[in-house]
Design a protein around this ligand. Structure first.
Ligand code: AP5
Length: 225
């Protein structure tokens, strides 16, 4: 199964992506996590990406496209993959198509703006593993500490109010053209055009997960039946 999970910052893509990866045995490929790892490693890509990320802007398409193209060619992607937060622009989607990276389904989450800001403003992360908590909705057992390692949890720089608002604006700017791009592909009748589905991410983590599993299970049965 080859899935793309899209949606505004803080909607819960990373949270749900982990469940999907586990249930369907496919790797979660998060461009945000890949970039944060590059920043921590101090690599050339990380140094370039950081100034865009901290400001809530998108990293240039060329950098991201190369990262993803290389990643999906790795052996663990043979049975499928879940792209979390990629593509975010039409040129990124076009580059995927040009590289013959086929996708079955695109799921776009949506949620009211106030709730998006509440989710991202309360987020805490364990930098080494990417494990995510929320001060109110899924607090760690010991305040400020990772449940598994006991290490410190941090807030992401781009969850600060100004950058978080900017990220929402950037998302809004690209989301509609991207949806049109996929709708156009589908309408053109191309056999490889993925299905595009919009889904509310409102509700508790488990209820969003169950709703998503229902859709994906049905899709899997349809694909193999
Ligand atoms: P990225 O890391 O992908 O950030 P994002 O898309 O802005 O998404 P977030 O990670 O903020 O949120 P999420 O939807 O994963 O929510 P989460 O599950 O954590 O990208 C960061 C930056 O990298 C970008 O701004 C850009 O600069 C760059 N970048 C990345 N990809 C790029 C690309 N393709 N092109 C160009 N640049 C790129 O949940 C959020 C919080 O809510 C958590 O605390 C969680 O516990 C809580 N939560 C989750 N679900 C629920 C629920 N149902 N109820 C209550 N709380 C919930």
């Amino acid at each position: 199964m080859r899935i793309i999970l899209l949606g505004p910052p803080g909607v819960g893509k990373g949270t749900q992506a982990r469940f999907i990866a586990q249930r369907y045995g496919i790797p979660q490929i998060s461009t945000g996590d890949m970039l944060r790892a590059a920043v921590r490693a101090g690599s050339a890509i990380g140094l370039e990406a950081r100034r865009y990320m901290d400001a809530g802007a998108l990293v240039p398409d060329g950098v991201i496209i190369e990262l993803v193209r290389d990643r999906v060619r790795e052996p663990d992607c043979g049975a499928g993959f879940l792209l979390d937060g990629f593509p975010r622009t039409v040129p990124q989607a076009q580059a995927m198509a040009a590289a013959a990276i086929r996708v079955d389904l695109v799921v776009e989450f949506w949620l009211a703006r106030e709730e998006l800001l509440e989710r991202s403003s309360g987020r805490l992360v364990h930098p080494a593993s990417g494990r995510t908590y929320h001060v109110r909705f899924s607090p760690p057992r010991v305040p400020g500490k990772d449940n598994i390692t006991g290490e410190d949890l941090v807030r992401r720089a781009d969850d600060e109010s100004e950058a978080a608002t900017k990220r929402l604006e950037v998302y809004d700017l690209h989301a509609v053209p991207l949806a049109y791009y996929y709708a156009g592909l589908r309408a053109s009748g191309g056999q490889d055009a993925p299905r595009y589905l919009r889904m509310s991410a409102d509700g508790a983590v488990d209820s969003v997960r169950d709703k998503l599993f229902k859709v994906l299970d049905a899709r899997r049965v349809a694909a193999t039946g």
